[in-house]
Design a protein around this ligand. Structure first.
Ligand code: ATP
Length: 309
């Protein structure tokens, strides 16, 4: 009996560990929404950011189903080190642009280049290591808050983890939990709000410190004021180093001060320019802005945006 139970106990613990690591893999795959259809080219080379991360879409056509294109012959340039916003009506393909850049999918026609390199010709690892994403909904590992932030850089010291959380404005919240950074989160841990999750994602990102940064604004995770506080925080972090950053936004107030605003409509660029330029043009953006401002006023919130800038 003894001889049998020892190996069985041993197997039990191996099984538990294996199960946990499979769960973690599952989270990781969900986290990266890895599409197994994407294959690395046999002569893929590491991505080299020789120009600081300039992104170009060259005549890109893409649809999740080939007969229903979402992006149609789309061409756009995101200059290196600049803060760019992509806006447009719901379903026009804003998030799709980020998914294509991360290579969850390949384009059907055209090319996507980063510093002149077709992303299908670089290694997936080097591509994804260069990109940091704050997705609409941040999946968390069934693990401690510490681990969840540290996932951005596994070699980071606990002090660095705290510093990142402070900059993402979540340190005080974490410190107030009885178990602090050792609090378990994820499906089997403590429930935390969408806004807190998003700030954990920002902490992770600050720790990873990638050269390219994508932020997919959630429609409802944060109220406007918290979102603006978080955004100005991200912008401060960005200002310290010049990072190419792309913000997919629903609320124009969070992005009106971008270096360039790209307005998508029906899978193509309808307009592009600064806030001022687009307001002067009096087109799609200007209409969206007026509509949102009217809504904002009706909600009785203070107007704190100087549109003359
Ligand atoms: P929103 O502002 O509502 O977040 P969006 O502009 O970011 O929208 P996308 O998420 O890029 O829009 O989606 C563009 C279109 O592609 C939508 O019509 C959507 O239904 C469709 N779509 C998105 N993901 C998939 C998918 N995995 N499979 C099939 N269709 C999809």
């Amino acid at each position: 009996v003894f001889q049998l139970s020892v190996p069985l106990n041993f197997l039990g613990s191996v099984y538990r560990e294996l199960r946990q690591s499979l769960l973690d893999m599952e989270t990781l795959f969900n986290l990266q929404k890895v599409n197994v259809a994407i294959k690395e080219s046999p002569d893929a080379k590491p991505l080299k950011l020789t120009k600081g991360g300039e992104i170009t879409f060259e005549n890109v056509t893409f649809g999740y189903h080939a007969d229903r294109p979402i992006l149609k012959n789309l061409s756009l340039t995101i200059p290196a080190g600049k803060k760019i916003a992509v806006v447009g009506p719901s379903g026009c393909g804003k998030s799709t642009i980020l998914r294509l850049l991360f290579r969850f999918y390949d384009v059907q026609e055209g090319r996507i280049l980063i510093d002149g390199q077709d992303i299908r010709e670089v290694t997936l690892e080097s591509l994804r290591k260069s990109i940091g994403v704050v997705p609409q909904d941040t999946p968390l590992f069934n693990d401690t808050i510490q681990h969840n932030i540290q996932y951005g850089d596994m070699s980071a010291s606990p002090d660095k983890v705290i510093a990142a959380a402070q900059r993402a404005k979540i340190h005080d919240i974490i410190s107030a939990f009885p178990d602090g950074y050792q609090t378990m989160v994820g499906e089997r841990g403590m429930m935390i709000s969408g806004g807190e999750k998003q700030r954990l994602a920002v902490s992770r990102l600050i720790l990873k410190d990638p050269p390219l940064l994508f932020f997919d604004e959630a429609t409802s995770a944060l109220d406007t004021h918290t979102e603006q506080a978080l955004m100005s925080n991200i912008h401060n972090v960005l200002k310290e180093k010049s990072r190419t950053s792309v913000f997919v936004a629903h609320r124009l107030r969070t992005i009106y001060d971008s270096d360039k605003i790209i307005v998508l409509k029906a899978g193509q660029v309808a307009e592009a320019g600064t806030h001022r330029e687009l307001i002067d043009t009096g087109g799609v953006y200007s209409e969206l802005w007026s509509a949102q401002e009217t809504l904002f006023d009706q909600e009785g919130e203070a107007r704190d945006v100087d549109v003359n800038n």
